[in-house]
Design a protein around this ligand. Sequence first.
Ligand code: NAD
Length: 432
Amino acid sequence: MSTVEEIPATVARLRETFRTGTTKSLDWRLTQLRGLRAMLTEQADEFAAALHSDLGKSRAEVDRTELGFVVNEIDHTLAHLAGWLEPQPAAVPDSLPGASAWTVYDPLGVVLVIAPWNYPVQLLMAPLAGALASGNCAVVKPSELAPATSAAIAKHLPGYVQGVAVVEGAIPETTALLEQRFDHIFYTGNGVVGRIVMTAAAKHLTPVALELGGKSPVFVDGDVDPVEVAKRIVAGKFLNAGQTCVAPDYVLTDPATARALEQALPQALRDLFGEDPATSTEYGRIVNHRHFDRLTGLLGAGRTVVGGQHDRDSKYIAPTVLAGVRAEDPVMAEEIFGPILPIVEVADLDAAIEFITGRGKPLALYAFTKSDRTRERLQQETSSGALSFELTVSHLRVSDLPFGGVGESGMGRYHGLYSIETFSHRKAVLRG
Ligand code: NAD
């Protein structure tokens, strides 16, 4: 653990470690990944308690979306890393007779991972696994808004992995870190800070990955079963009380389907959280009062179909569905990042595509339809970090799929082999 004053020495120490070359061997990389995995399993109870204290996360949710998620990502990497690191042959032109060419992945050096508060284990450990698997040293900066989790990371990580330093803190610490020269900066969070990170990185020509957010729409076609669709929307939207970067932000659908969903969504919520979500152990809380006040300020739009109850002391906001919301309503201005689901009515698919493409490119676009033609059109005519049909929030569990944004939702990608691409330099080698 380092304070602001110790940051230059901490980075210098990691740079020294990298220079020895030890981090490059496959053996070192596998050892660190196994260490990270051991920490997540041996200290699971402590991490679960911290996540409950910071965000009211249930143990089942912790096991699935935080600890288990990273363990799966590590297992996938452990199984494939040696193969991924094999040199890749490249074809040589006839004008270079007898020559051969290939590419190898070179580690970058010392990388910085800045994590947010909403999945404070997953969004720090999954990039870190990629950085270590690529043979780098890393400084990790957990979010100060999840203080118990940040403390647990600082306590345990150094005992399980080498080549890693934890810097806890907020803006002063992050600002001091950003003054240092890193070989890559991997930032997850909002676009305002994303711009600060990219500006600081430019000074040292440091490459960045920016994993940002945005309003991820759900298009619902008129030909679907509203009961099943409601179940799948609710499962993604209200996970972690809506504080998920790829959460469905709002529903876009025609008026008749909107009516059907207004009927089906309250029942889907009851099935998931019971009659009173405030008493459900499966339902989380808002991270702090600032976000609580921001979210309750958005509740006025449209008609409240279900929810709307809130309690500032316990930072509880009931899962809420708002119908008849207009594009101009404040709830449609920015990413909601909380348990409020507006339904916006559009005439048809053309209008939905126009609505989606008229705004910043989302991190995810979800669609429920039975029509191949609709799927094809959405794939062709819209741009988003990911496009997922019939499932919400599940695409990031596919380790072979890249995870990342485009345009306003970010740049760069990770998970599986894409983490190796991000945290390595693919070096060209030619032999004549
Ligand atoms: P946050 O407030 O925890 O900030 C993220 C990090 O930035 C923290 O470590 C924080 O200390 C640091 N930071 C904050 N202000 C800073 C400043 N002025 N200078 C330097 N560093 C600073 O998290 P957040 O931004 O509130 O997270 C929510 C946002 O993140 C949402 O927009 C969400 O969609 C997005 N997000 C994206 C992903 C993804 O994978 N694409 C995942 C989770 C969250």
